[in-house]
Design a protein around this ligand. Structure first.
Ligand code: ADP
Ligand code: MG
Length: 632
């Protein structure tokens, strides 16, 4: 017996979303049809999947297809499919509630930030595509019959104003779903055949099931990946890409592979021009569609590619995977693993080729995706290939040109066995970093790392060919001595006499007393040229940048203890030495050391309270005005 009609309220977030949709005049509202067709196609994929794994399916013989009809007089558009259908429970669960994680978050931000033009493009990606129908509908009637035998057909009706009704139907229905869209008066255009045809061609051409508009089959393109590569036009790839990703731009790169051994498969992969991070990349958006003999097994299967290639969009089809594989055992399937390994190699070699043949394009890739790509340092099997694809700014680069590690080693000095790097916020900041003074003096190139992940990349790789990746802070100063100075200073600095050297040692002890346990040691610097002093990490410890990252991660605000290095050839220090020789207890020494230490902290980004520093500077300036000749 059929049950009575029952009325239900939409979940709050859905109601919110529908309010946005119902009351807005979206320039791009035609995409509602893309969403409904895509749902129909998903439903057909699902029923085909059930059939291939031998499940009992009602109306076995029904052709798998989508039919669209327009009634101009009644202003109704109907989309029907012979897909998996829905029971009343499923209707309530799938339409009316939000299933996917992250979607409610997305909706909150959508209502606040989105521009009209954005909404239509991203709505389908967040598991709420169905509701786009309310941009054009004043009422929607869904009639659905599940593939499960003995389930009655059900009907769902809503005008999009906050509630819907569901009732079971007495009349027998064939398997599948019929969506009746009662169009708003101002949406009459969607009963025009030519309009519908062009929308379907534009957005749904690659749907793998026939789409009929009245009696005509509209979509023409079969599985693109099964056609010979030579016969496929760039435009076709582009259309396929847009169909897959909803991107409005063409892809940056297309990678089409057909492999026969050891596993047979075909794959079309795309590198988008940009990240789809307008609302953050959701985990559900990562992965390739996995087909077995053209049957979709898993939509956006994330295990096919490692995370660092997560920016790749596309699909894989293999006849070698068992069709009745369960989604749970996919992950352990050896064939899937083999395919994944081959795909990674293909992507890396495509990138290598791009870097060599089309450097400008590679630059675009790097700008768009390097953030994710850099995580690849942990892919040990491909580490060498990965390292060759890295790009960095460096002290030898001009403008915004970047260098590869290979090019760095070409420029390296004879006998240089290290690739040096330093982290910092910007080129400007690094060019005045005291740690680099010795490298500049010796004409040694240093890579500039601006991205927190870069340090992980460097420590993860540890080596590039026979070169050790070395942070300048941890560089062995002894190893630098063998290189001749390229920068000669014009100023003659007379070396300290043996006696003066002894006094300098004492001064270092005095500084150690003053700084106490704020530092681990005070020593003569071999790396400074223009600066009087700096802080360095004790040998064997992580670099400052790494410490900073960990500090931020642990919400730690303490100041790490470091070695305070002093440049004995600096005028300031020579001056201090004189004062010290005169009177080791002169209070000016204490004041200067505090000043030097806090300036170094400031440069390292650790000075939490600048008040003392600023006051001290003012004191010093005031004192200096006493002896300035202009005041006499
Ligand atoms: P998404 O397609 O991303 O899951 P939608 O809002 O488009 O989000 O659809 C919500 C859900 O409604 C689908 O996941 C599906 O379970 C169900 N659904 C929609 N249309 C159909 C249909 N034609 N046949 C069967 N199920 C459907
Ligand atoms: Mg959908």
């Amino acid at each position: 017996m059929a049950t009575q009609e029952k009325s239900y309220k939409f979940k709050a977030e859905i109601k919110q979303l529908m309010d946005i949709l119902v009351h807005s005049l979206y320039t791009n509202r035609e995409i509602f049809l893309r969403e409904l067709i895509s749902n129909a196609s998903d439903a057909l994929d699902k029923v085909r999947f059930e059939m291939t794994r031998g499940a009992e399916v009602s109306d076995q013989k029904l052709p798998l297809e989508i039919r669209i009809k327009a009634d101009k007089d009644k202003n109704i558009l109907t989309i029907s499919d012979t897909g998996i259908g829905m029971t009343s429970k499923e209707l309530m669960a799938n339409i009316g509630t939000i299933a996917k994680s992250g979607t409610s978050d997305f909706l909150k931000r959508l209502s606040k930030e989105a521009k009209e033009s954005d909404v239509s493009n991203i709505i389908g990606k967040f598991g709420v595509g169905f509701y786009s129908v309310f941009m054009v509908a004043k009422e929607v009637v869904i009639t659905s019959k599940s593939y499960k035998k003995n389930e009655p057909a059900v009907q769902w009706v809503s005008d999009g104003s906050g509630s819907y009704t569901i009732r079971e139907l007495e009349k027998a229905h064939k398997r599948g779903t019929i969506i009746e869209v009662h169009l708003k008066d101002e949406a009459k255009e969607f009963t025009e055949k030519y309009r519908l045809e062009s929308i379907i061609k534009k957005h749904s051409n690659f749907i793998p099931f026939p789409i009929y508009l009245e009696k005509d089959k509209i979509n023409t393109i079969a599985a693109l990946w099964r056609e010979p590569k030579s016969s496929i036009k760039p435009k076709q790839y582009e259309e396929f890409y847009k169909y897959l990703t909803y991107d409005t731009e063409p892809p940056l790169e297309t990678i089409h592979v057909s492999i026969d051994a050891p596993v047979q498969f075909a794959s079309i992969m795309f590198i988008p021009k940009r990240t789809f991070d307008m609302f953050g990349i959701s985990k559900e958006d990562i992965g390739l569609d996995l087909y077995v003999k053209s049957v979709l097994i898993q939509h956006k299967y994330s295990e096919l590619l490692p995370e660092y290639l997560g920016f790749i969009k596309g699909m894989v089809d293999s006849p070698d995977i068992p069709l009745n594989i369960s989604r749970e055992t996919l992950q352990e399937n050896r064939i899937v693993m083999k395919i994944s390994q081959t795909l990674v190699k293909q992507v890396l070699s495509a990138l290598k080729k791009m870097a060599e043949k089309e450097p400008d394009k590679y630059k675009e890739f790097w700008q768009a995706h390097s953030q994710i790509f850099k995580m690849g340092y942990s892919d040990y099997a491909n580490q060498e290939k990965f390292a060759d694809l890295l790009r960095f700014d460096s002290s030898a680069m001009e403008d915004d040109t970047l260098t590869s590690l290979a090019d760095y080693t070409q420029r390296a000095k004879e006998d240089q066995k290290e690739i040096y790097y330093i982290s910092g916020p910007s080129k400007e900041a690094l060019e005045t970093d005291p740690h680099l003074e010795i490298f500049r003096k010796k004409g040694l190139e240093v890579l500039y790392l601006y991205d927190p992940v870069d340090e992980f990349v460097m420590t993860g790789l540890a080596k590039y060919k026979e070169f050790t990746l070395t942070s300048v802070e941890q560089a062995d100063m002894g190893k630098l001595e063998k290189f001749e100075d390229v920068e000669k200073s014009d100023e003659k600095i007379t070396a300290l006499s043996e006696g003066e050297q002894r006094v300098f040692k004492k001064l270092l002890d005095k500084i150690k007393d003053i700084l106490g346990d704020r530092v681990t040691d005070v020593r003569e610097s071999k790396r400074l040229k223009d600066s009087a002093s700096c802080l360095v990490s004790p040998d064997g410890e992580m670099t400052s940048q790494m410490q900073k990252i960990l500090h931020i991660m642990n919400k730690d605000t303490s100041i790490p203890k470091k070695i305070f290095e002093v440049n004995k050839d600096h005028k300031l220090i020579r001056n201090l030495l004189k004062i010290y020789k005169n009177d080791p207890k002169d209070p000016f020494i204490q004041e200067s050391v505090e000043q030097l230490y806090e300036s170094a902290l400031l440069l390292e980004g650790y000075l939490t309270d600048p008040h003392k520093l600023v006051n001290r500077i003012q004191d010093i300036l005031l004192k200096s005005s006493d002896w300035h000749p202009g005041n006499k």
